[in-house]
Every structure is written in structure tokens, then in C-alpha cells.
Design a protein around this ligand. Structure first.
Ligand code: ADP
Ligand code: MG
Length: 476
């Protein structure tokens, strides 16, 4: 791989050693571009990881910093890079969190492999090192177990499949691919699999990590000229779980390496579990042959939660804090009003508990409405056009890109009209802005779609059922 990096540059030989020199120049540019305190707060803590496919990969110590830098400074950092190395056309910042900094309750994931560790100050590349012990999976959250996972209609298939994988050595479906929107329990289920599998079969090597961490380890192995041991350790696990696979979209060499690992494991009947925020066929930026292969096992969709499930989750949380008094209608109110995702629901619940503990009074409905005002308002307009498009494409089993394309074939045109119809009914978007969302179509096209679906619902009971089902997915 190191060779490939060198060959990719025809004009100037980029030796690996000079990457560090480039980084120093980039930092020089940035120092003159930023005022001193911003430079110190945001740029100095960055470390260079590597350059891959024209993408300069850096690391930040926290997720918050990463997001902030990407949102506010990515253009300036990109431009500094392009001045120093003409082949860099993109940047990526990953999170390199310190083992020490994590909650003491969080335990190492796997008895085998390596763990990434950051030294106290990662201002320079030299200080980012891989500690060569035998940990390489990510950390597991002890709260994420099957016991604490509340099962409902929307997640029962994913849950059953996850249990099956955790409790059996034989491979029933490979890979298990879990997909669903943000905060619906994908990570929770994967950690549960890891915990349970370790308990049933302590001798097995179970490794869980995010796609981002997979990429990080991969580029590090290139950087430290150690791809052989990278390959070896990943091909040596019994159960490999990679979370948030959408991250590898458009990252070509990482994708390639992932696919080699994936195939090697499947060929040797090792279990693979993957998650993403969308179905395999909708993983844009991932090669077609990989996408299709990902769908060969069991693909389990986690749907948005319904009211009963949300109430169940809240009741479980309430049982966990018996010392806090909560009026019964509060849980129902929260379950009804906060329907975006479970993470937000938990956040709302925790805020109420914290508030009530501080002021020493039971949680009432009035108090809830007051404390959560902003959150409740945000949840009133939660469905986005993007989400509708993604869900509709999944539901009708067509590609998102086809849904947005100009293709007129019936099997894509009808779902497209349905998606437009739902955008009109479930969001506050205007007809022209819906048109723009669908590959720049005219507002009259949208109007026609809405009218057509309205008519069809009167006569076509199958379509009517489809739409009811979709509406329920968004509104419960
Ligand atoms: P995802 O990985 O799909 O974005 P997470 O697994 O991180 O979502 O879930 C977000 C939060 O919601 C976590 O705290 C998780 O424990 C909780 N959660 C999600 N689904 C459930 C469920 N069915 N039962 C209990 N907790 C859940
Ligand atoms: Mg997750």
C-alpha cells in the first residue's frame, strides 16, 4: 500500500516520511490563517493520520471537536492542504478517543487484538501511536445488553436475528445486516450480541468496531507498514461486527480492504454482523459488487418506533430510578410527543430526572412541558424529505438514486410519486421545494403526483395499504 501511495503521484514523489513534513507546512498555513486562540483550540489538537485516495485523514480527540471543525473549518483546512499537496482534494477527521477518558464502566471489548491509544497530547503526528498490545476491538457499553433492549414490532426481526447470532456457533445467515435510522438501537443490539456471545462461548474471538475505526486501523497499518498483521488479525476472528458501515462510502481503499476481510471471513464460515443507516442496495458510494454481496445473508430493517415501544422503553427507564417520583401521564405524554428516535427520548427522560432531582419535586406533566419546550417543538416537525425518500426507496425495494432519477419506468415512477405525496403531507415543504428535492423537477410535476396518488388511493387498495403503512412508519 505504501508503494501505491508513491506511485499515485507522478509529478512529485511522496515518500511516506514526507507526509509529516507536509503536515508541518499545512499547520504553518493554518497558523497564519487563524487567530491565535482559535488555532490553539481547534487546530493544534489535530493529528495527521494518513493520506488515502486524495483524502487527508486527521484525528481529533473528541467527537464534539471533530464535528465542530468539520462544520466550521473544513474548507480552510482543505485549502491549506491543497496548497501543500495538489493531490489532496478532501479531508476527513476521525475521532481518536482516549482509553483513559472513557467512563470507568466501559470495558474492553475483546480479549484479543489491539487497542488504539492516544497519548495525553496529540498535537503532533509523532505522538499518535498504536499500542501493540492484543486489543483491537472497540469498547463495549455495559448498558447495551439484550436484557435492557425493549422489543416491539419495529425491531423484533432485528432482535430475533441478533439473538440467534449471539447464541449459536453455527452460522445461519451471513452476514447479518442491520439497518435503520439514527438512534433506533443498532449499536445497542451489536453490543448485546458481543456481550452475550462472550458469555456463551468465552473462547471465541468477538470483535466489534465502527467502520470509522476499521478505516483508522487500516490506514495506520499502512502508515506503520504493517498491513500483514492487520489482515491477519481481522481474518482471525470468529465474530466480526462493524458498525455504521455507511462511513466507508467513497473511501476506496478502505472499501476494498473491508471487502477482502469480509470475503475471507465468510469463506471460513465466520460470522459477520454489519450495521448501516440504510439498506445495502442504498449504500451510495459503495461499489455495486460489494453492495450486492452485503445483501446475501439476512437484512433486518429496524423501523421507527411506535407508541407502545416508546412507552415500554420509558417504563423500563423509570423502573431504573425508583427514587424519582414520576406522574403516570408523563411517560405517556413523552412517548406520544417524542417520536423521532430513542436517543432523544432517553435524553428527554434524563433531563426530567435531573431537573426533578435538582429541585426535589416529583415530575409532573406541567413541569415536563415547560422543561422540554424546545425539544417538543422540534419533534413537531421531524419528518424530512430525505428520510421520506430513503424509506420509500427501501419500502419499494428500489435504489434511492433511481427514485431521484429521471427514469420513467413504472416501478420507479410510482414510488417516486408516493414519496412526493408523502413529502407534501408530512412536511411543511412547498411544491417547488419538493420538486427541487427530487432532482430539480417542476412544481407542477409534484402537484400532478399528489393528485394522482390521491385518486389512486380511492381505487387501488394495495397502494392505499402501502401508503397507510408508510404514513404509520413516520407518524407513530
Ligand atoms: P443507533 O446505533 O441505531 O443509532 P443506538 O443503539 O445508539 O442507536 O441507540 C440509541 C439509544 O437508544 C441508546 O441509548 C440505546 O440504548 C437506546 N435504545 C434504542 N433502542 C432501544 C430499545 N429497543 N430498548 C432500549 N433502549 C433502546
Ligand atoms: Mg449507532
Amino acid at each position: 500500500m505504501a508503494k501505491k501511495l508513491i506511485q499515485q503521484d507522478p509529478t512529485k514523489v511522496i515518500l511516506k516520511d514526507t507526509i509529516d513534513a507536509q503536515w508541518v507546512s499545512v499547520l504553518d498555513y493554518l497558523r497564519s490563517d487563524f487567530d491565535e486562540s482559535s488555532y490553539k483550540s481547534w487546530i493544534k489538537p489535530l493529528a495527521l493520520v494518513n493520506i488515502e485516495d486524495g483524502c487527508a485523514v486527521m484525528a481529533a480527540p473528541t467527537r464534539f471537536m471533530r464535528n465542530w471543525i468539520m462544520e466550521n473549518f473544513s474548507e480552510r483546512i482543505k485549502s491549506a492542504w491543497s496548497k501543500v499537496n495538489g493531490h489532496v482534494n478532501d479531508i476527513e477527521i476521525m475521532v481518536l478517543s482516549s482509553h483513559k477518558g472513557l467512563d470507568h464502566k466501559v470495558l474492553p471489548a475483546s480479549p484479543s487484538g489491539k487497542i488504539l491509544k492516544k497519548t495525553t497530547d496529540i498535537a503532533s503526528t509523532e505522538q499518535v501511536k498504536i499500542i501493540r498490545d492484543d486489543q483491537f476491538g472497540a469498547l463495549l457499553d455495559p448498558r447495551f445488553t439484550f436484557d435492557s433492549f425493549v422489543v416491539g414490532k419495529s425491531n423484533e426481526l432485528a432482535y430475533a436475528a441478533a439473538r440467534r447470532v449471539a447464541e449459536n456457533k453455527d452460522v445461519n445467515f451471513n452476514p447479518l445486516f442491520l439497518h435503520g435510522g439514527v438512534g433506533l438501537g443498532k449499536t445497542h443490539l451489536m453490543h448485546s450480541i458481543a456481550w452475550a456471545n462472550r458469555e456463551y462461548f468465552p473462547e471465541r474471538k468477538v470483535v466489534y468496531l465502527s467502520a470509522e475505526q476499521f478505516m483508522y486501523q487500516f490506514v495506520s497499518s499502512i502508515r506503520y507498514k504493517d498491513t500483514m498483521s492487520f489482515k491477519k488479525k481481522f481474518r482471525n476472528v470468529d465474530l466480526l461486527m462493524i458498525d455504521d458501515l455507511q462511513f466507508i462510502a467513497n473511501k476506496n481503499s478502505t472499501q476494498e480492504e473491508f471487502f477482502h476481510t469480509f470475503n475471507a471471513l465468510i469463506d471460513h464460515h465466520r460470522q459477520v454482523v454489519l450495521s448501516a443507516d440504510r439498506s445495502p442496495s442504498n449504500l451510495d458510494g459503495v461499489e455495486e459488487r460489494i453492495r450486492s454481496r452485503l445483501g446475501w445473508g439476512l437484512v433486518a430493517d429496524i423501523h421507527p418506533t411506535d407508541y407502545e415501544l416508546r412507552l415500554g422503553i420509558l417504563q423500563q427507564k423509570a423502573n431504573g430510578v425508583p427514587e424519582v417520583e414520576i406522574q403516570s401521564e408523563v411517560l405517556e405524554f413523552l412517548a406520544r410527543r417524542i417520536s423521532s428516535n430513542v436517543r432523544e427520548l432517553e435524553g428527554a427522560f434524563n433531563r426530567m430526572v435531573a431537573h426533578s432531582t435538582l429541585i426535589g419535586r416529583p415530575i409532573t406533566l406541567d413541569m415536563t412541558q415547560e422543561v422540554l419546550q424546545d425539544l417538543l417543538r422540534a419533534n413537531d416537525r421531524r419528518v424530512t424529505a430525505d428520510e421520506i425518500q430513503r424509506r420509500v426507496a427501501d419500502y419499494f425495494n428500489i435504489k434511492l438514486s433511481d427514485l431521484l432519477s429521471a427514469r420513467r419506468a413504472r416501478q420507479v415512477a410510482r414510488p417516486r410519486q408516493v414519496a412526493m405525496y408523502l413529502c407534501k403531507h408530512l412536511t411543511s415543504k412547498s411544491l417547488p421545494s419538493i420538486g427541487r428535492k427530487f432532482g430539480g423537477r417542476d412544481h407542477t410535476t409534484v402537484m400532478h403526483a399528489v393528485k394522482r396518488i390521491d385518486e389512486l388511493r380511492q381505487t387501488d387498495s394495495v397502494l392505499d395499504e402501502d401508503i397507510l403503512h408508510l404514513e404509520r412508519m413516520f407518524s407513530t
